[in-house]
Design a protein around this ligand. Structure first.
Ligand SMILES: Nc1nc2c(c(=O)[nH]1)N[C@H]1C(S)=C(S)[C@@H](COP(=O)(O)O)O[C@H]1N2
Ligand SMILES: [Mo]
Length: 420
């Protein structure tokens, strides 16, 4: 029963208990609970998709940009992109309709005053090094198209489609966007700071307020350790989004962009990065962002890394479509494991399937746009389905194995519409 992940966790636990590993913000009790055989009691509230709370008001607490109802569904301190609003946009999600996931509130920071401090015992001289935005802009710039997608995207379907309770924001499929990110390689910055040979983990931390859970526990500032292997691979410190300076809600002036990984890795408003010769922990890789529940190891899965595979129609739920007329239905599919090479669609609830027409080449870290013609035969309810397959051969399943926090929903969504 010992997976490599649990061996890794046991090693980390031993290191932590012997004082070797740093457990930044994680109490000993949390740690013991994490590795105990019991499942995790959901700390967050139970998902309630389609609840009246989903009605958009045009603003959300802590979000700076306007949230018009035709572009967003407000969910607490977060704003979900309405997929229907992407129908006539291009490959990249415009900044004005990119989803926002805030643990607390968007801080409004001055680019001129901003500094990034790189510090820790993983640096050669163990001496902190500061970078201004101007310093970063002197380094070679890199541009990369990539999605940022919340680990909980699609969470609402665990409840509405699978009848299961999960904790957290009841997103439908709009907690994703694809942007052209421009910035500098984190690897270049770490090397300039004097990366030492013993470094194993880096811990970027946001400048937004401390995150306090519903039960009043202060977990400190939002931060999640990243293994050095990923940090040196393709991670950017991004200062531009679709050709504009990063907007306040998306991390102004600088955020991490961790391609293909769950959204929490892409820390916004980054203020410092600890470089450590020991493995690091924060609640965001211990209590959150692992898979907990009956189908998973007692202490939870290994910390989640890559995103899963999904498809979405560019239509509202229960959209009305005129019967007897041919519509050009559109959608998008994506996968954290590689480009999407095939999308099969059904317009009759899953009896008959056909291939959708793909409008983009398969692209790592991105999505493909697709379309299919459909003429609803007669008035009445219909169910649309779309199933993507990626370059690794992975295909969306009919159901996702439950986990208590509702992460990585990958099942084919049954999208109800009405022919009228
Ligand atoms: N500092 C900070 N970084 C953060 C968060 C946050 O609340 N604070 N939320 C994370 C989560 S959970 C996600 S899904 C993405 C969302 O990025 P976006 O709001 O630009 O879409 O940012 C991540 N980075
Ligand atoms: Mo997220």
């Amino acid at each position: 029963m010992h997976t490599p992940e649990s061996a890794y966790d046991r090693r980390r636990l031993r290191q932590w208990l012997s004082g070797e590993a740093r457990a930044d913000g994680v109490t000993r009790r949390d740690m013991l609970r994490l590795f105990a055989a019991a499942g995790l009691a959901g700390a967050a509230s139970v998902a309630s998709p389609g609840s009246p709370a989903a009605a958009a008001t045009g603003t959300a607490p802590g979000i700076v940009k306007p949230l018009p109802e035709d572009l967003f569904t407000v969910r607490g301190t977060n704003a979900e992109t309405r997929f229907a609003s992407l129908a006539h946009t291009g490959y990249h999600t415009p900044n004005d309709r990119f989803f926002v996931r805030n643990h607390t509130a968007t801080p409004v920071l001055s680019a001129g005053d901003w500094r990034l401090t790189v510090w820790g015992d993983g640096l050669e001289r163990h001496r902190a090094v500061d970078f201004s935005l101007a310093d970063l802009k002197k380094l070679p710039s890199v541009t990369h198209s990539a999605f940022v997608e919340c680990a909980g995207n699609g969470r609402g379907y665990f409840t509405s489609q699978q009848g299961q309770e999960v904790g957290g924001t009841a997103w439908t499929l709009g907690a994703i966007g694809v942007a052209r990110w421009r910035g500098v390689r984190l690897a270049d910055v770490l090397r300039r700071a004097g990366l030492g040979r013993r470094a194993v983990d880096v811990l970027p931390r946001g400048l937004d307020d401390d995150y306090v859970t519903a039960d009043g526990t202060n977990l400190g500032r939002v931060r999640r350790p990243l293994p050095l292997s990923k940090a040196l691979d393709d991670v950017l410190l991004a200062y531009e989004m679709n050709g504009a300076p990063l907007p306040p809600d998306h991390g102004h002036p600088v955020r991490l962009l961790v391609p293909s990984w769950i959204g929490i890795a892409s820390i916004k408003w980054v203020g410092d990065i600890q470089v450590s010769a020991r493995p690091l922990y924060s609640p965001w890789n211990t209590d959150f962002y692992r898979l907990f529940g009956d189908a998973h190891p007692g202490g939870g899965s290994a910390p989640l890394t890559r995103q899963t595979i999904k498809s979405a129609w560019e239509l509202d739920a229960r959209a009305n479509l005129t019967a007897g007329v041919t519509h050009r239905l559109t959608g998008r599919s994506w996968s954290g494991a590689g480009g999407v090479v095939r999308v099969d669609v059904s317009t009759d609830g899953g009896s008959r399937w056909r291939a959708a027409r793909l409008h983009d080449a398969p692209r790592r870290d991105g999505w493909v746009r697709w379309s299919t013609p459909w003429r609803p035969p007669s008035p009445g309810p219909c169910t649309l389905l779309a199933r993507a397959t990626d370059t690794t051969g992975r295909t969306q399943p009919d159901a996702t194995v439950h986990n208590t926090q509702g992460y990585l929903f990958d099942a084919v969504v049954r999208h109800a519409v009405n022919a009228v």
